[in-house]
Design a protein around this ligand. Structure first.
Ligand SMILES: *Cc1c(COP(=O)(O)O)cnc(C)c1O
Length: 409
C-alpha cells in the first residue's frame, strides 16, 4: 500500500493508448509507426509510454541517446529502438549488446560496427541520417549514394535498414520549407532506387507532417507530440486527441492578509483589498513557468513580448497565470519562488486547506523528482520498476496523512 504524495503528475495511460490508436488509424496498416519516447517520454516516463504504444500498434521506438535505449531494454522492452543522437565508435559495443539501431552518418562508426559484427558474427542494422535542411546531423544528400556504395562493398556485416531525415518547420504554419525538404529527400530516394540499392525503411515525418502531409508518411512515421495529446493544429483539435498529463498538488496554507500588504519576493504584488492567500508547494524547481530563452528575435516576437509586458504591467486578466481548484480557475499572484507559488482565494470561500490543485507545468520542464502516478481504466496502477519511483522513499514521508490510497495492481 502506498499513498499519494502532495505533488504528483497524473499520467493517463488510456489517453496515451487512444492517441496511439488515433494516429495508427490515420496512417493505416501499411505504414509503420515509430513512437518517440525520448526525454523520458516527453516527461511521462519512457518505459510506460513505450509499453502502451507497442500494445496499441507502434512497431518501432525512437529515443535520443544510447542511455535512453539501454534503459528501455533494461526495463524489458523488446521492440526495435532507433537512437537519434550520433554515437561514438567506442559506444558501438553497447549498440550490439543491447540490440539498438544507431543513426549513422560517419564511416568511422560503420567500420567499428562492422568489426564488432564480425567478432560476434552478427548483422548490425543501421539507419542512415540525411541532412535536408535541419543542419544538425546527417550526410548531405549528394554524399549518400557514395556512402551506401562503400558500405555495400566493404562492410558486409552492416545492414542499412533505414534512411531518414528530420523536418525543421512542419510544426509551424508555413509549408514551403517543409515541402522543399521533402522534395530533396524524395529525389534522393529516387536516385537510390535507380542505383538498385534497396533500403527497407524511409522516414521523414514527425507528428505534424504525419498528420498534415499524407504523402510524407513514406513507409514509417516518427511521432511524439500526438501520442502525448498535442495536436499539430494550433487551434482546433480535429484529431480528438486526449489529454495525457495532469500536474497536481494541494493548498498547504491559507491566510488572511490586510489590504496594502505586499506578497512574495520583490513586492511584485500589492493586495488592493483584504485578501485570502493560498500557498501551493510548487515553484520553479519543479518546473513551473520555466520559460525557454527566446534567442530568435524578430520584429514579430519583439512586438509580442512588448504587448505581453504591457498586459502584465496592467495586470490584465488575459496574461494572468492560473491554477484549477474545484473546477475554478484561480489566479497566481506575486513572483513564483523556488518551490512555492501563491494564489488569491479571496473570491473563492469554498476552497479549503488541503484542496487539490491542477497546475500548468509543461511536460518537458516538469522536474523528474516529481512522482508520476499512472492511471489505467481510471484506476491508479502500481509501477514497480519506474525509475522515477525507485529510491523515493522520502516521498512517502511527505505524503498526506490519511490521503488517498493507491492500491497495487
Ligand atoms: C523528437 C523527434 C521526432 C518527433 O517529433 P514530434 O514533433 O514530437 O512528433 C521525430 N524525429 C526525430 C529525429 C526527433 O528528434
Amino acid at each position: 500500500m502506498d499513498i499519494y504524495p502532495i505533488t504528483y503528475i497524473q499520467v493517463d495511460l488510456d489517453a496515451i493508448a487512444e492517441n496511439v490508436r488515433i494516429i495508427k488509424t490515420l496512417i493505416g496498416p501499411h505504414i509503420k509507426l515509430m513512437a518517440v519516447v525520448k526525454g523520458n517520454g516527453y516527461g511521462h516516463g519512457s518505459t510506460e509510454v513505450a509499453k502502451v504504444a507497442i500494445e496499441n500498434g507502434a512497431e518501432y521506438l525512437g529515443v535520443s541517446t544510447l542511455d535512453e535505449g539501454i534503459e528501455l531494454r533494461n526495463n524489458g522492452i523488446k521492440s526495435p529502438i532507433l537512437i537519434f543522437t550520433p554515437i561514438f565508435p567506442e559506444q558501438g559495443e553497447n549498440i550490439v549488446n543491447y540490440n539498438l539501431i544507431p543513426s549513422v552518418h560517419s564511416l568511422d562508426l560503420v567500420s567499428t560496427l562492422n568489426k564488432i559484427g564480425e567478432e560476434k558474427n552478427k548483422e548490425i542494422k543501421i539507419h542512415v541520417c540525411v541532412d535536408t535542411g535541419f543542419s544538425r546531423f546527417g550526410l548531405f544528400p549528394d554524399q549518400v549514394i557514395h556512402f551506401l556504395n562503400i558500405i555495400k562493398r566493404r562492410y558486409k556485416k552492416i545492414e542499412v535498414e533505414g534512411i531518414y531525415s528530420h523536418l525543421s518547420t512542419a510544426n509551424t504554419e508555413g509549408h514551403d520549407f517543409t515541402r522543399k525538404q521533402f522534395e530533396v529527400f524524395s529525389d534522393l530516394l529516387g536516385n537510390i532506387k535507380q542505383q538498385n540499392i534497396k533500403i527497407p525503411l524511409a522516414h521523414i515525418a514527425n507528428s505534424a507532417a504525419a498528420v498534415k502531409y499524407p504523402e510524407m508518411r513514406l513507409n514509417m512515421v516518427r511521432v511524439g507530440n500526438v501520442i502525448y495529446g498535442q495536436s499539430p493544429f494550433l487551434k482546433n483539435n480535429d484529431l480528438n486527441l486526449r489529454e495525457t498529463w495532469k500536474f497536481k498538488s494541494r493548498i498547504v496554507s491559507i491566510k488572511n492578509i490586510p489590504k496594502g500588504s505586499s506578497i512574495g519576493y520583490n513586492r511584485e504584488y500589492i493586495a488592493k483589498r483584504d485578501s485570502v492567500i493560498g500557498v501551493i508547494p510548487v515553484g520553479h524547481a519543479d518546473g513551473l513557468f520555466v520559460d525557454f530563452y527566446e534567442n530568435h528575435i524578430t520584429v514579430k516576437t519583439l512586438i509580442k513580448n512588448l504587448i505581453k509586458d504591457l498586459l502584465k504591467f496592467f495586470n490584465h486578466p488575459i496574461i494572468q497565470k492560473r491554477v484549477i481548484v474545484k473546477g475554478k480557475s484561480v489566479p497566481i499572484i506575486g513572483r513564483v519562488s523556488m518551490q512555492h507559488c501563491m494564489v488569491d482565494l479571496t473570491d473563492y470561500s469554498d476552497i479549503k486547506l488541503g484542496d487539490e490543485v491542477e497546475l500548468p507545468v509543461r511536460r518537458v520542464t516538469a522536474s523528474s523528482r516529481i512522482r508520476r502516478i499512472y492511471f489505467k481504466n481510471r484506476q491508479p496502477i502500481c509501477v514497480e520498476d519506474s525509475p522515477v519511483e525507485k529510491g523515493n522513499e522520502a516521498l512517502v514521508q511527505t505524503s498526506v496523512p490519511g490521503g488517498l490510497v493507491v492500491g497495487k495492481d
